[in-house]
Design a protein around this ligand. Structure first.
Ligand code: HEM
Length: 165
């Protein structure tokens, strides 16, 4: 049998099968749709790497910290823990507006963390001198240090807390 004859027979068989069983038409339609959507897909297969936002390490006074409470344009949240500033923006569910620990955002949270309390009276007025925490008990210092380790392992350390000018 010649090649041309074999092809003709195959095509005839296919056509007969299509005529006999309408399910084949549905399968062809689905196949065509899949091929078409794959071919016309404009999304690149490899996504470009996105560089994380850069935050320069610097000193912040308590007043400098205030705007970083999650309400700003970029929603950035900073928080001081025992003299170190952490960028806790990715914990916005905790510290962002309406979050359970929103009081800490843009503030020195040290006393609250030492006392395991997020009450407002745990915060020092940002216009005043930095809380020296001199009255903390051994247990409270331990609590603060444990929190400090938690923050250091989870968030970016972006600066130091210094006195207002
Ligand atoms: C009513 C009692 C409390 C409950 C049920 C509670 C619940 C939680 C839960 C479920 C987490 C998330 C833990 C995780 O996924 O790592 C968390 C984290 C945290 N909690 Fe509480 N908490 C309570 C009280 C407090 C208090 C009084 C403070 C005050 C210092 C506090 C400060 C924090 C902080 C700083 C975090 C870490 C958030 C982070 O990883 O950025 N919590 N809490």
């Amino acid at each position: 049998m010649s090649t041309q004859r074999t092809m003709t027979t195959t095509v005839n068989t296919l056509m007969r099968q299509l005529k006999d069983n309408p399910v084949n038409w549905a399968l062809i339609a689905i196949l065509a749709y899949v091929v078409r959507s794959y071919a016309s897909s404009s999304k690149p297969m490899i996504q470009e790497a996105k560089h994380p936002e850069v935050m320069v390490f610097k000193n912040y006074t308590p007043i400098d910290l205030l705007p970083f409470d999650g309400h700003g344009k970029e929603g950035r949240i900073l928080m001081a823990v025992n003299g170190s500033i952490y960028d806790v923006t990715r914990g916005r569910n905790f510290y962002g507006p309406g979050g359970p620990y929103a009081n800490f955002a843009g503030h020195d949270a040290s006393r609250g963390l030492a006392n395991n309390s997020f009450d407002r009276d745990m915060l020092t007025d940002p216009k005043e001198a930095i809380d020296k925490l001199e009255d903390l008990t051994t247990e409270e210092w331990e609590s603060l240090r444990e929190w400090e380790q938690h923050f250091a392992s989870k968030y970016l350390f972006v600066g130091k807390l210094v006195e207002n000018q």
